[in-house]
Design a protein around this ligand. Structure first.
Ligand SMILES: C[S@@+](CC[C@H](N)C(=O)[O-])C[C@H]1O[C@@H](n2cnc3c(N)ncnc32)[C@H](O)[C@@H]1O
Length: 269
């Protein structure tokens, strides 16, 4: 059962018990009962049992605040269409949060500078060093290996645009299925470079990419690693921001000096 559905079922269950209590209560205490007391009971009980019934414990805050949100909306007589509109807007932005367990958060500039360093290290410098040592010269450098970049779940397209502007990058593509991020990414890449496709990660071939980047969550990593191994060619590089592939040693881990202390897990195929 998805977490959202589980949370809803818990609220419904508590509501059913509370409604029975209210039905029986007149035998002992005569009504009316203050609504805010009932809301307090609903919110507190739902919050207390959620963790025990399989929701992550931090969801207790959501479970506690949800009944209060409804109560306040009723008290202020807020038109329910606003709630629906809010839900639709959230879904258009975070469509992959419930299905793929991947919300939208963005790569920062420090990380993009690390992309540059990785290009230098893996696609330029290594080539030059290998070539120089094989030919016994310190000064000869082979042409750079062209970079074919793919951002799996490209959000607003910032990485795609950045990479499209790097001289070593021949193609820079992002795929995205959440409607609002996709449209924005498409707009920015149309203005500033790169290509953004409305395409599912799992239907995106990786054979032609030699630099694949993902900033997703822990959930899809095992499946994604299978895809990477199956489709990417030797010599290519797969980079995951913050989420390592379980039970696989990365070739390198880069710890960046940004505020969130980003860790890049780098896998050379
Ligand atoms: C954490 S954000 C990262 C955005 C961007 N890559 C960045 O680093 O700035 C992850 C993105 O992946 C998208 N996503 C998740 N699952 C996806 C899927 N199966 N197909 C396409 N996009 C997906 C989400 O909609 C979200 O925009």
């Amino acid at each position: 059962m998805s977490k959202v559905l589980r949370a809803f079922v818990i609220q419904l269950g508590v509501f059913a018990v509370l409604a029975s209590g209210v039905y029986l209560m007149p035998y002992w205490v005569s009504p009316p009962y203050p609504i805010w007391v009932l809301v307090l009971i609903q919110a507190s009980v739902a919050a207390l049992i959620s963790c025990k019934l399989g929701l992550p414990c931090w969801w207790r805050w959501i479970q506690f605040l949800m009944p209060w949100g409804l109560f306040v909306a009723f008290e202020l007589q807020i038109n329910p269409w606003f709630g629906l509109a809010g839900f639709v807007v959230l879904w258009l932005v975070f469509a992959n949060a419930s299905k793929e367990r991947v919300p939208l958060y963005l790569t920062n500039n420090t990380t993009r500078q690390a992309f540059r360093a990785l290009i230098e290290q893996h696609f330029v410098q290594n080539e030059a060093v290998e070539n120089a040592s094989s030919e016994g010269s310190d000064h000869q450098a082979k042409p750079v290996q062209p970079v074919h970049f793919m951002d799996l779940g490209c959000g607003l397209g910032g990485n795609v645009v950045f990479m499209a502007q790097q001289p070593e990058v021949k193609t820079s593509i992002g795929v995205e299925t959440a409607p609002v991020p996709y449209l924005l990414a498409r707009f920015f890449s149309g203005l500033r470079g790169g290509q953004v496709l409305a395409q599912d990660i799992w239907k995106t071939p990786l054979q032609d990419c030699n630099f694949v980047y993902a900033f997703l969550s822990t959930e899809p990593m095992p499946r994604l690693w299978q895809k990477v191994q199956l489709e990417m060619k030797p010599g290519a590089v797969f980079v995951s921001n913050s989420f390592a592939v379980p039970d696989v040693d990365p070739s390198e881990i880069w710890e960046l000096s940004d505020a969130r202390q980003t860790r890049l897990f780098i896998y050379y195929l």
